[in-house]
Each structure stands twice: as C-alpha cells, then as structure tokens.
Design a protein around this ligand. Structure first.
Ligand code: SF4
Ligand code: SF4
Length: 154
C-alpha cells in the first residue's frame, strides 16, 4: 500500500524527499515532480503525505480499514494544529477523522549526526536508535570478534 504523487499538484519542493525514512521519494529529473521510485519499499509511515504542503501525495490504505476501490487523503494544517484524514470506501461511504498534530515543533528534531555519541549505558539500552554509521562513534559500533564466538556445544 505505497504512496503515489498527483503530478499536477506537486511543485517539486522536495519536502517528501527530505523526510522519507526509506529514501524512495525522489524528484524526477525530467518533470521536476516527486515520484515514489520503489513502492515495494514504502513503510506506509505517511510522513511524506503529512509533510507535503500541496496535499499532492496519497497512500493506498491497508485493506483492513480501506479495501479496494477506496482512497485515503491526509491534510496537515499547522495553523489549526490538526491533521485530517478522509477515508472514502468503494461504496461511496466516507469517514473523516481529525487528529491533533504532535507537540514536537516541525523541523526541531536533530539529525542523528548532530547528537553526541551514545554513552556506555546507552549502548545497553533498548532505546538506542539509528543506523550505526549515523551514531558518531569513532571506529564504529563495537562488535564481537570471531574468537569470541563459541565453537560447538560441549
Ligand atoms: Fe517514504 Fe513513508 Fe512516504 Fe512511504 S509513506 S514514501 S516510507 S515517507
Ligand atoms: Fe511534490 Fe509534495 Fe513532495 Fe513537495 S512534498 S515534492 S509538493 S509531492
């Protein structure tokens, strides 16, 4: 259930490219419009849908709440502090939801590379996040060496 872009609405601003955690939203070099280059790799996180100022992106919703023939539209309105969802079912029935925007200011979350390296305690924590290359650790994340593996079971 990946995203797709309404080309006539997109103005090529690139916000969806910047925010996509799967790095699959790209700007088409010919048309200067966004395109999902690898729909199979879409997380369905809706980040791009909510970030798009032109309301140009849709995602095909999961079948359990929006079966075939449906549409799901999302509209972020920062001035109202809301995100609205319009789910249209194939029989024409519509459901509309309005949720508050989370309180973290838009653009205020630092990139992993702007954060200090994790402490020894944080290495043991389940909340340690981000790819190893983005953690600012000199020499990379500690890993087991081959002589630390047990060979066979006694
Ligand atoms: Fe990327 Fe998420 Fe948008 Fe899919 S829904 S294209 S993973 S930002
Ligand atoms: Fe186009 Fe919206 Fe992506 Fe901007 S955020 S490039 S308008 S699809």
């Amino acid at each position: 259930m990946p995203t797709f872009v309404y080309m006539e609405r997109c103005d090529g601003c690139g916000h969806c490219v910047d925010i996509c955690p799967s790095d699959i939203m790209h700007i088409d070099k010919t048309y200067r419009r966004a395109i999902n280059i690898e729909p199979n790799m879409c997380w369905e996180c809706y980040s791009c849908v909510k970030a798009c100022p032109q309301n140009a992106i849709d995602a095909r919703g999961a079948a359990d709440f929006a079966p075939l023939g449906h549409s799901v539209r999302t509209l972020r309105e920062p001035e109202k502090g809301t995100i609205s969802w319009k789910v249209k079912f194939r029989n024409g029935h519509e459901k509309n939801f309005v949720s508050p925007i989370r309180t973290t200011d838009w653009g205020s979350i630092p990139a992993p590379t702007e954060l200090p390296p994790p402490s020894d305690e944080e290495f043991e924590s389940q909340v340690l996040a981000h790819e190893p290359d983005a953690l600012n650790i000199v020499g990379g994340v500690p890993t087991l060496t081959s002589d630390q593996f047990r060979k066979g079971v006694i």
